[in-house]
Design a protein around this ligand. Structure first.
Ligand SMILES: Cc1cc2nc3c(=O)[nH]c(=O)nc-3n(C[C@H](O)[C@H](O)[C@H](O)COP(=O)(O)O)c2cc1C
Length: 191
């Protein structure tokens, strides 16, 4: 069997009480069920000062840097805030260098009526600047709290699972192709 694709599943919210927990836990359960993938869940929270305004934690940043560097592919779970993505997610993308290049990025989005799709379109622009490629298939949850039960399971699990499977198939294709290409010639030679 081919070497599994290593996915970093990234939290797009660090808000206390975030709905992102529900989205990420669902996605992690689903991805864990696929032999073709290994999963690492990345929470940007440690990049931020404690409420006492303690300095940012450099060792936490180094830890995230190494884990993101090891990833073959990224899945970003993004909410929508004022028609865009969150400031903490932007801070993660601006703070951690060199880990995104020549790798694919997929999105699971959620929010109000738009299902987070406006945040996704803006993230595509940012990831292009980081030399990453974004996957067409998006799993989107409009009015997200209505789409999950109290235990955090989707109310229409077959549909959610089917959409995520399509996303993962596209992500696997790109991740495998780009991993091979990076091994043959370092992307740094053209970046
Ligand atoms: C300041 C703020 C702005 C928001 N703006 C939008 C928006 O533009 N579009 C939308 O669909 N939902 C919007 N929402 C709803 C959020 O997407 C929703 O509350 C989501 O659960 C936030 O993610 P989180 O709970 O994981 O932090 C907004 C929420 C907040 C707090």
């Amino acid at each position: 069997m081919a070497k599994p694709v290593r996915i970093a599943l990234i939290y797009g919210s660090i808000r206390e009480g975030r709905f992102c927990d529900t989205i990420v836990r669902w996605a992690a359960r689903e991805i864990d069920g696929h032999e073709a993938f290994e999963l690492d869940v990345i929470d940007p929270s440690p990049l931020f000062p404690a409420p006492t305004n303690a300095p940012p934690n450099d060792s936490a940043a180094n830890d995230l840097q190494q884990r993101l560097h090891r990833a073959d592919a990224f899945v970003v779970a993004t909410p929508e805030y004022n028609h865009s993505f969150s400031a903490p997610l932007k801070h993660l993308l601006d703070s951690i260098y060199g880990v995104w290049q020549a790798k694919p990025v997929a999105f699971i989005s959620y929010g109000g009526v738009s299902g987070g799709l406006r945040a996704v379109e803006q993230l595509r622009l940012v990831f292009a600047e980081l030399h990453a490629t974004t996957i067409r298939q998006v799993v989107s949850f409009p009015n997200a709290p209505e789409q999950f039960d109290k235990q955090g399971h989707p109310r229409d699990p077959e549909r959610a699972s089917r959409n995520l499977c399509k996303l993962l198939a596209q992500l696997w294709w790109w991740a495998s192709a780009l991993r091979q290409a990076r091994q043959e010639e370092a992307y740094a030679s053209v970046s």
